[in-house]
Design a protein. Structure first.
Length: 201
């Protein structure tokens, strides 16, 4: 059920619940069984609405976290690009006698070993950011159990002969869940109202 559907049901229940809108005679005509059923439906709908609001808050928090990490990754890419451009321009300018003086004024370029260490550091930070983003995505789908077994592991979702059995099984579960999700052709928030997919709740 979508949020719009929930709101429509709530509005109908408000009309039933309000004697002013419905009329006193209509309320009096309601049998005790009908009144009990209307009350049960109202309680169930209220519980669903509460879950929908909680899911909306959770989704918003997850999206904000994902955007923050994406911004960090973008900043890292820009920083790496700027360093590569600066390194190239310093080496390029240093080929002429005049360029050597200006290159020295802007600072020495990194030695090959220093450059490798620096690039590995950037790659390490970038990998941490991607792992954090993976965790947020797993959290968004309610698959925290798989995140613990897959995020940051070598060879994740790729062929690797030395892969542990636990990791291989987790990858198979991930693929099964993705296929099930695709076959449902609905968003995870809609699946919250289905008991067929408890691992999405």
């Amino acid at each position: 059920m979508t949020l719009t559907g929930i709101y429509n049901v709530l509005e109908k229940l408000r009309r039933i619940d309000s004697p002013g809108r419905m009329g006193i005679s209509a309320m009096e005509d309601m049998t005790p069984a009908m009144a009990g059923k209307a009350s049960a439906v109202a309680n169930e709908t209220s519980a669903i609405a509460d879950r929908a609001y909680a899911m909306e808050d959770r989704t918003s928090a997850i999206a904000n976290g994902a955007y923050a990490i994406a911004d960090k990754i973008h900043a890292m890419e820009n920083r790496a690009s700027a360093i590569a451009d600066k390194s190239y321009s310093i080496e390029d300018r240093a080929t002429s006698m005049e360029g050597k003086a200006s290159a020295m004024a802007t600072g020495p370029s990194l030695a090959p070993k220093e450059k490798t260490t620096h690039e590995q550091g950037l790659v390490s930070v970038l990998r941490q950011l991607h792992d954090e983003l993976d965790r947020i995505v797993f959290e968004a789908y309610g698959w925290r159990d798989l995140a613990e077994k897959l995020v940051g592991k070598p060879g994740a979702t790729t062929p690797w002969p030395e892969k542990p059995d636990e990791q291989t099984q987790a990858e198979e579960q991930l693929l099964q869940r993705l296929v099930a999700l695709k076959n449902c052709n609905v968003f995870p928030s809609q699946l919250l109202f289905s008991s067929s997919y408890p691992w999405l709740n």
